[in-house]
Design a protein around this ligand. Structure first.
Ligand SMILES: C[S@@+](CC[C@H](N)C(=O)[O-])C[C@H]1O[C@@H](n2cnc3c(N)ncnc32)[C@H](O)[C@@H]1O
Length: 158
């Protein structure tokens, strides 16, 4: 949505020699109007950023009264994205937030609302460690054992 980020994206694509169609618009509206279907959708959704405390230590002291707007937008984007997922395709949703209402709650809601979607276990259950091969369709690193930014991600296939 931000022109500066779109310009940076175009620059990065050009530097790397990657051909891609860049669409600068409201993704929910665009998806709702589209009749295309996609094999892979990564929805790196706008969120409260509660997982970015390392970068933004002031976060707990700010007023976050736009959470209802954000969770509404996340659900709208998720609904539109799920609608456009091709059979056998993979939909990944991610937010840099710990708040359950920005991740886990959407996952539970989507599983119930769209029974044709199945959880896709695409992450090692113990990321960063020598895992036993177990995988998970919902990844949320433990805040006390994870050194990077906080986030949640889940995946579904159709
Ligand atoms: C978590 S960031 C994604 C960052 C991106 N993956 C990157 O590496 O630059 C979420 C982005 O969604 C954009 N955004 C917010 N509302 C949107 C909407 N309705 N449609 C499309 N993008 C939106 C924000 O401007 C922000 O750049």
């Amino acid at each position: 949505m931000h022109p500066r980020r779109v310009a940076r994206l175009r620059q990065t694509l050009e530097q790397r020699g990657i051909a891609a169609q860049v669409v600068h618009t409201d993704a929910a509206e665009w998806l709702e109007r589209s009749d295309a279907s996609f094999d892979l959708i990564l929805l790196d959704a706008p969120c409260s950023g509660s997982g970015t405390l390392q970068k933004h230590p002031e976060w707990p002291w700010l007023v976050h009264d736009d959470l209802p707007r954000l969770t509404g937008l996340q659900r709208r984007l998720l609904t539109a994205a799920a609608e456009r997922l091709a059979p056998g395709g993979l939909l990944i949703y991610a937010v840099c937030s710990w708040l359950p209402e920005e991740g886990e709650a959407h996952r539970e809601w989507l599983a119930e609302a769209r029974p044709e979607l199945r959880p896709a276990a695409v992450w090692p259950a113990a990321l960063g460690a020598d895992a036993d091969g177990a995988t998970t369709a919902f990844f949320r690193p433990h805040p006390l054992r994870w050194e990077g930014e906080g986030f949640q991600a889940f995946a579904f296939t159709r």
